[in-house]
Ligand binder design. Structure first.
Ligand code: AMP
Ligand code: TRP
Length: 334
């Protein structure tokens, strides 16, 4: 059975891009592989944030993942900081990575550009190394993520290979598992279709939150930026020249499990496409919201899932960490 690992950050509002680019695939995988899914709370500390928000966000994210369909009987769901091996292995990998390769990470460049690189937290710089530790600890074969994580996965593979060649076979070299192009791999912001839909986006109007109510979803879809022409054949799937409408087409195609070209062929004007898309999104998120409310009414049960998830994760992670310690010449107390 192949080993699957993926993670999601707990702060900011979870959105449709997270669901279509990642979480939906996690759910599909959970009965195919031995899956570990992690709420990566340590990664959230790389940018400024409020402690209470982090605490609540971690429980909210775990609850939401269960509401969306993760089954604790079928997969292991846990919180990153509950398994200390993640930060322990991260140090070994920081001593494997080079400053130059971390400097090339586009996410670091983007996120540090806002407040200036000088002021960026050192943890933001080493963030992809912690992510590599997350993955490598579980002897992971496959990592289901959205397209924005492609570069981090390449780095993870490079670090695994470099460590193996320096110290002997220690880590499994993982593969990224990214949805096919145009099928949820890269959901764009509804107000700014050149930017990906993101938890940290300034425009709440461009991001469909998984907790949005039907009226809000309808409004956001209706106001989504398209292109000036709305003639009789305005709906076309052509991301390079019509990014706005192509994103809407991709969203509907992804939800319906069809090809974007086929979906575009069903429509002429924007209005009908937007109406059907809003309806499809509402039908997708409403059952998740209902399940969320029922799980959130007994937070103790989610805590219990996370406790047993951490225990199982710890067992696997510690064995890998021991191997890596041994390889570099450290000893773990027994
Ligand atoms: P994050 O919100 O950065 O914690 O991302 C969690 C997961 O959602 C990762 O696998 C991302 O690649 C994926 N993801 C985030 N934003 C998008 C997006 N706009 N389109 C597709 N996947 C996304
Ligand atoms: N960096 C990922 C993101 O921002 C989150 C993440 C952390 C992750 N560790 C991971 C994803 C391990 C996959 C595997 O989306």
């Amino acid at each position: 059975m192949s080993r699957v690992f993926s993670g999601i950050q707990p702060t900011g509002e979870p959105h449709l891009g997270n669901l279509l680019g990642a979480v939906r695939w996690w759910i599909a995988d959970q009965r195919q592989g031995d899956c570990f899914y992690c709420v990566v709370d340590l990664h959230a500390l790389t940018i400024p944030g409020d402690p209470a928000e982090l605490r609540n966000g971690t429980l909210t994210m775990a609850t939401l993942l269960l509401a969306a369909g993760l089954d604790p009987e079928a997969c292991t769901l846990f919180v990153q900081s509950h398994v200390p091996a993640h930060t322990q292995l991260a140090w070994l990998l920081e001593c494997t990575a080079s400053v130059g390769e971390l400097r090339r990470m586009t996410q670091f460049k983007d996120k540090s550009a806002r407040g200036g690189e000088e002021a960026a937290r050192a943890g933001l710089f080493t963030y992809p190394v912690l992510m590599a530790a997350d993955i490598l600890l579980y002897d992971t074969d496959r990592v289901p993520v959205g397209d924005d994580q492609r570069q981090h996965l390449e780095l993870t593979r490079d670090l695994a290979q470099r460590f193996n060649s320096r110290y002997g076979e220690t880590f499994v070299v993982p593969e990224a598992s990214i949805p096919p192009a145009g099928r949820g791999d890269r959901i764009m912001d509804l107000q700014d279709p050149d930017k990906k839909m993101s938890k940290s986006s300034e425009s709440a109007q461009g991001t469909i939150g998984l907790f949005d109510d039907p009226k809000t979803i309808e409004r956001k879809v209706k106001r989504a930026v398209t292109d000036a022409d709305d003639g009789p054949d305005a709906v076309r799937y052509h991301p390079a020249t019509k990014p706005g409408v192509s994103n809407l087409v991709e969203l509907l195609a992804t939800i319906q499990g069809r090809r974007p070209e086929d979906v575009a062929a069903d429509y002429t004007r924007y209005g009908a496409l937007k109406a059907d898309l809003a309806e499809a999104i509402i039908a997708l998120v409403e059952p998740i919201q209902v399940a969320y409310r029922s799980l959130a009414s007994e937070p103790g049960s989610v805590d219990a899932v996370l406790r047993s998830g951490a225990k199982r994760a710890e067992g696997v992670a510690r064995a890998t960490l021991a191997r890596a310690y041994e390889a570099v010449g450290l000893t773990l107390p027994t």
